[in-house]
Ligand binder design. Sequence first.
Ligand SMILES: [Zn+2]
Length: 369
Amino acid sequence: MCRNKIQNIRISNVGRKAGKKPVIERIPFQCIVPPHMLKEIAKRGDPKQRELALKHLMISERIRGRREAFGEFYVATSSGAKCLNVFDAKNGQELPGVQVQDPANSTDEAVKEAFGGADATYDMYHDVFERTSIDDKGMCINSTVHYEEKYDNAFWDGRQMVYGDGDGKLFNRFTISIDVIGHELTHGVTEHEAGLAYSDQSGALNESMSDVFGSLVKQRALNQTAAGADWLIGEGLLTSNVNGKALRSMKEPGTAYDDPVLGKDPQPAHMRDYQKLSLSEDNGGVHINSGIPNRAFCITAMEIGGYSWEKAGKIWYITLRDRLRSRSNFQDAANKTYQVAGVMYGSGSKEQLAVKKGWSTVGITVKTK
Ligand SMILES: [Zn+2]
């Protein structure tokens, strides 16, 4: 299965801001199920679950090799019109697979959900943040469903979305949670903007940005206010056999699950519990410490009130697009969101104070000058 190992690949100029030179950057292979959960399954699962975990790990290694062989980051551009495609791998490993005609009206649930999730994500970025697709140049969003057999993951491979059906014992099909779709596609947005390096605090910010905008896709699709949202990531993904409600909780990090096979949700909710991990452990805890900025966003949105995507979401989006750099850390994110809120809504405004409170609640004091 995916371990989110960092790899080197070349990125072309396509889809990046004008004037930037082609560069070699470190781009991860980003999966929704984090390595600490997978390690627990490998340790505590039944023999079948452990065998499946090993098999999927080998598949992931092959995908990494394939990506490195491409050499260039491939971006399919379109004429600027909304372009969403769904493919069916028919339980094999060939990508993208067979294209599905009229996916919006498919009788296959996974096809319909993959299309609907990509559509809702495209619409949020387009209608709220005035962004045209992942690269802001109208690239086609391609999704493949029914990847492999009983595959317990979903990932963005730098070119497209891929969804497994889940083993049915621990995980349901991976298209079931719309926020998971928004999460993975946001990895593409981050690659094209701040390019947050996928390790330590910048990596945890990268993960957090995906959770923030993934959750906003869900809240907007369900017409939920900040107060009415569940702030869970991957709600519905875990089967009823698992003692847990989701993969993560943005509102209460560390409380999403506590299960004999999956272990306990390890996310900290405050800087005092920040986990300093080596790069071999979840790239320095990118899926773990992301709980801290996740909670800062949630509190900011709740303080502002109303629909989270309208103000808090815009502050975070502008910060991601224009202010963060590849090695930005939590303190940078706090300072920059505070500055952006000041520019957008005024110095000392309710919105700016909400940002300050969001970060201070998780133990980060914004530098106001
Ligand atoms: Zn992710």
